[in-house]
Design a protein around this ligand. Structure first.
Ligand code: SF4
Ligand code: SF4
Length: 288
């Protein structure tokens, strides 16, 4: 089962939920945690994994053999990203704009374009306290996280419980991370901002046709509008974590909730049980 943990906005406690769920399940299940927040991965700060392997993530960018080139301009016309420009006697490639789509080399009538790899990030794999771990790191200044996310997700072992920590927001990296998940946990806080971003996240998850449930973090800080919205929309609130200075203290010291307050383990096991029930009910409906 693949469970993604997402949130419409940053700072809601997504990492807290992802790491706590993984640590609570690892004694009874085989668990893998994939940190797909590749622009700012931070699960490793809490889990302190032993990294055993690392691989570069590259995208193919064009290299032009100007001995073969006739400066016809077809490659520049084909490029949707303005990453290649053709002058009277010169072709210029802008590697940082190139998305590695391959259209220019495919369409070049002279076969003057070959593709060379350009490194945009790295994926590191390892283990932490009995569970498997992988995360991606996008190089600073790079604009395309999705190839790195895809590589992290390629490490998923579907026979295990795979927990994916998704980047905040509702943009392309979020869609790439959540798609193919069996269930998505949306972490929010009970504030007007939390509600607004939760509504956007729910729309995204619905588009992807992934079942979802909500975790309300820092309950007590705001109002009850998130609960009222969930009730109206038929979205189950699966766990509520109160605003608690002890949780904040544990978090700020780079320790996991389960390590600092082990009594939360049962709540996260219960959360997983509820997800299983929802999934079982859904597959029952589909069979009928
Ligand atoms: S399509 Fe090929 S031949 Fe034409 S300008 Fe581009 S590289 Fe040169
Ligand atoms: S590979 Fe795609 S994005 Fe890159 S220069 Fe060629 S057409 Fe443009």
């Amino acid at each position: 089962m693949i469970i993604s943990v997402a949130s419409g906005k940053g700072g809601t406690g997504k990492t807290l939920v992802a790491t706590s769920l993984a640590l609570s399940l690892k004694d009874k299940h085989e668990v893998q945690l994939l940190d797909c927040d590749v622009e700012e991965p931070n699960d490793h700060i809490f889990l302190k994994p032993v990294i055993t392997g690392s691989e570069a993530v590259c995208i193919p960018i064009p290299e032009v053999d100007e001995k073969k080139c006739t400066y016809c301009g077809k490659c520049a016309e084909a490029c949707a990203y303005h990453a290649i420009a053709v002058f009277t006697k010169h072709v210029l490639v802008f590697p940082n704009l190139c998305h590695g789509c391959g259209a220019c080399s495919y369409l070049c009538p002279e076969k003057a374009i070959t593709e060379v790899g350009r490194e945009i990030g790295v994926v590191e794999c390892g283990h932490s306290d009995g569970m498997e771990f992988a995360h991606g790191k996008l190089n600073v200044g790079e604009a395309m996280p999705t190839p790195v996310i895809r590589r992290v997700k390629s490490k998923a072992n579907r026979d295990w419980i795979v927990i994916i920590d998704v980047s905040p927001g509702t943009s392309c990296p979020v869609v790439e991370s959540i798609k193919d998940s069996d269930f998505c946990l949306l972490v929010t806080e009970p504030t007007p901002f939390g509600l607004n971003d939760l509504m956007l996240a729910v729309e995204t998850v619905k588009e992807l046709e992934v079942s979802c449930g909500v975790v309300i973090n820092r309950a007590g800080v705001g109002d009850r509008k998130v609960e009222e919205y969930c009730l109206r929309e038929g979205i189950p609130v699966l766990l509520t974590i109160p605003l608690d200075t002890e949780i904040a203290r544990i978090n700020s010291r780079g320790r996991t909730l389960i390590e600092g307050m082990p009594q939360w383990k049962e709540s996260f096991i219960g959360l997983f049980g509820q997800i299983q029930e929802i999934m079982n009910a859904r597959s029952g409906c589909l069979k009928r």
